[in-house]
Design a protein around this ligand. Structure first.
Ligand SMILES: CC(C)(COP(=O)(O)OP(=O)(O)OC[C@H]1O[C@@H](n2cnc3c(N)ncnc32)[C@H](O)[C@@H]1OP(=O)(O)O)[C@@H](O)C(=O)NCCC(=O)NCCS
Length: 378
């Protein structure tokens, strides 16, 4: 449909609303690039290295990498008033709600004249602390002081479990963070940019993006996959389960994507990590169910002429489960990584800002006859 020269696209699908040189999602070839570098090359990097790349647009040299690594570690703390907020929120809250509230609250302690880069590095370092601290508070456990020696992956595991992290697990965590850092114009990045385009402050823009990521059609999907795995119970049940689910027109969480029309490149990497972790721990059941589900869904959907494939959430929940991470922290883990991408977008956008203002296709009436309150019957 065309409205005054503009094509109507529900959900803005395929609409080009801005330009960026941060990330390319090639949905046809199944490729993902950060600043032109393939994700398959970047998974071997460290969190600070990819953070630098996304924020600055180039890979750091040794000196630049040491500086950003040091800065991220040095900023590992949250102010007392954030701990008070965490301790005053209902324990029934989801950590994503708490994260959104704390990010907005943190904004009150920053000033307009503070360099944006300072705010960004500080907030990136604070995300894992807010998430782990709230989770521990819920469990009646004390906040764990951050170690300066751990990598970003290790730091999260250390403050969650109150123990020095296992080197291999820390590396897996770091890889998961890198895979989730950036993904083009998805809903939460759109939210960050839309809010930022009003020249609202950095923290306000990021807190809105956290709210967007919370949704089950976006970041929240990784929690839902474990429900499905539990419901299926064992690999032999997959075929019957899929037929019934498709008959009931259920959407299979962790499958399908608005942009990828092939298997998500991140899903391949997460699958390899899950497989080796499952084999190492001898706990392969969830992996086997997921593999069977992937194969069966492919066949069933191909028959219907709509092939769909695993997305980034398909294998990540089962992997986090093996790392001993509680389910309600799955989406916060996504946020801990994605704050880097959101921040890169704000830095880029504010260099040449333009207010976002799309249109709605108005479907209501006009020129209704106004009836004064005293004369209204129903
Ligand atoms: C992500 C998502 C919203 C994209 O939806 P979309 O853009 O409408 O997907 P498509 O247009 O490619 O869908 C094509 C068809 O496949 C179906 N389909 C898409 N994803 C499906 C899924 N996960 N399970 C079953 N069928 C699915 C759609 O219903 C559609 O069928 P229809 O034409 O009969 O309506 C959708 O795939 C979904 O809900 N996935 C589950 C949630 C999830 O994992 N989200 C995380 C995304 S990273």
């Amino acid at each position: 449909m065309t409205v005054t020269g503009t094509e109507f696209k529900r959900g803005l699908e395929g609409v080009i609303a801005d330009q960026s040189s941060i990330c390319l999602v090639d949905g046809v070839e199944g490729k993902l690039y950060y600043r032109g570098y393939s994700i398959s090359d970047l998974v071997g990097c460290t969190f600070p290295e990819v953070t630098y790349l996304l924020l600055k647009g180039k890979l750091p040299n040794q000196k630049e990498l040491s500086e950003i690594t040091h800065k991220l570690r040095e900023k590992r703390s949250i102010p007392r008033f954030i701990i008070d907020i965490i301790h005053s929120l209902p324990k029934s809250a989801h950590p994503m709600e708490v994260l959104q509230a704390c990010v907005a609250a943190l904004g009150t302690a920053h000033h307009d004249d503070e360099p944006l880069e300072e705010k960004i590095i500080t907030l990136i370092s604070q995300f894992p602390i807010i998430c782990a601290s709230y989770y521990r508070y819920k469990k009646g456990q004390a906040v764990v002081p951050s170690s300066q020696d751990e990598s970003e992956g290790g730091h999260f595991l250390q403050i969650l479990k109150d123990a020095q992290s296992d080197k291999e697990e820390a590396r897996i965590m770091e890889t998961c963070f890198i895979l989730h850092m950036e993904h083009g114009f998805n809903a939460s990045t759109f939210a960050a940019r839309a809010i930022g385009s009003t020249l609202a402050p950095y923290h306000a823009s990021i807190s809105g993006a956290v709210g967007s990521l919370y949704g089950p059609l976006h970041g929240g999907a990784n929690e839902g996959v474990l429900d499905i795995v539990k419901e299926i119970g064992s690999p032999e049940n997959v075929s019957a389960w899929v037929k019934k689910a498709l008959q009931e027109k259920r959407k299979i969480t962790g499958m399908g994507h608005r942009v990828y029309k092939v298997k998500d490149p991140r899903a391949y990497i997460l699958e390899d990590l899950l497989k080796s972790c499952a084999e190492k721990t001898g706990n392969t059941k969830n992996y086997e169910i997921l593999k069977e589900l992937e194969v069966t869904m492919k066949l069933e959907m191909e028959k219907r002429g709509k092939p769909i494939y695993p997305n980034v959430d398909f294998f990540s929940g089962a992997l986090y489960n093996l790392l001993g991470i509680p389910r309600e922290l799955f989406t916060p883990l996504f946020a801990i990584a994605r704050v880097v991408g959101w921040s890169a977008h704000l830095v880029e956008m504010w260099q040449d800002n333009r207010l976002y203002r799309p249109k709605l296709l108005y479907q209501g009436t006009r020129d209704e006859k106004f009836i004064p309150l005293k004369n209204r019957r129903s």
